[in-house]
Design a protein. Sequence first.
Length: 309
Amino acid sequence: MSRPGGGSRTSKTAPRPFGRSSRVPWLYLAPALVVLGGLLVYPVYQLGLISFLEYTQAQVSGGEPTTFKGFGNYAELFGDGEFWRVLLATVVFAAACVVSTLAVGCALAVLLTRVRAVPRLALMLAALGAWATPAVTGSTVWLLLFDPDFGPVNRMLGLGDHSWTYGRYSAFALVLLEVVWCSFPFVMVTVYAGIRAVPAEVLEAAALDGASQWRIWRSVLAPMLRPILVVVTIQSVIWDFKVFTQIYVMTNGGGIAGQNLVLNVYAYQKAFASSQYSLGSAIGVVMLLILLAVTLVYLRLLRRQGEEL
């Protein structure tokens, strides 16, 4: 902009100082942060505190004083071979559930883009019905379907009175099916919304170049949907790693001799069945740290690849 004296003036936008305007968003968030602090931070604090104490039924009833045990509960836990067996089973089971849920959800999301309005609506309603079904109800229904005496599945397959919950792997497989059934709608709806946001010209160009449906998904859709896939993957890892209801209901508390135990059920048994509340809390802290580490490592890897989340 010219001035009478012949010089020029360059306008620069000065950075805003940290003041009242920058604090306004935090004032709006304050009520939610207070609620989250009460519902999340305090319970986690109590969980960690109890894990460092000698806290059994004797301390709960007041018969003995509560004493500080330090890392003794963790030493006892890590020295127990059953804990490592349950941890391995939990990791393998959760990984299988996550992979299966993502595969089914993504496949059905692509299918929704290929069918007409009426079949699409029917599939969406059926999926949302599975999503809205309580875990206890869904687990009970699946038990009835695979019941060795009255279940229709054994009759259709000609398996007679075969018990799906008697064997360790068949029981885990049955629970996996139920977990995938009640979890895939979240993945399906989220990925479907992401696909609909992809410009149609991009998909048409890939099809004109002769790309197959699998190649379009792998080379076009998956990279563009990576932020969405990150969200659904992390959510699935968290949900499936801490599965409790399905295992507890469908295997009657962890299966024969604890063969179908996962960490959440194992913690429940330690805390409430054995009244070892400090050990149960220690297992809960270990689960929290594992999930936090998995999430942070996954996000860090994506950051290194230049992904914006």
